[in-house]
Design a binder for this molecule. Structure first.
Ligand code: ZN
Length: 131
């Protein structure tokens, strides 16, 4: 298993980590297989979506903020209840098939670390396996 670290810069931010993940895949030497990704945090998650048009990541963040506003009355009083809820919506794991040593993603797809309580140093655990 490989761990990559991502330093986020804002409280909420979708960080495109596709390049870093592809680097891990390339260094693994796996040509045909699967790449598992896991974010071991409760206020940051992972999601795969369009990375070409930056408006998409903005719309995702804006919409999640409408669903779970920061200042709504929550039972969890650490001040980051909204972030926990947003991670439940994005999830904290993903997988991508690997073929020819490359991540098999759609034309517009990329992998985002989804930060909801930053800025923080986040970890992404990655396992690439031959299948
Ligand atoms: Zn909390």
């Amino acid at each position: 298993m490989v761990q990559i670290e991502v330093q986020t810069r804002n409280r909420e931010e979708l960080v495109d980590i596709t390049g870093e993940v592809q680097k891990v895949v390339s260094e693994s030497g796996v040509k045909e297989g699967i790449c598992y990704l896991f974010v071991p945090h409760t206020t940051a998650g992972i999601t795969i979506n369009e990375t070409w048009d930056p408006s998409v990541r903005r719309d995702i963040a804006d919409t999640l903020r409408k669903v779970a506003p920061r200042d709504a009355p929550y039972h969890h009083t650490e001040g980051n209840a909204d972030a926990h809820i947003k991670v439940t919506m994005t999830g904290c794991s993903a997988f991508v098939f690997v073929s020819g040593g490359k991540l098999v993603l759609g034309t517009w797809q990329g992998i985002y670390l989804a930060e909801f309580d930053g800025p923080r140093r986040r970890r992404v655990l990655i396992k690439v396996r031959e299948i």
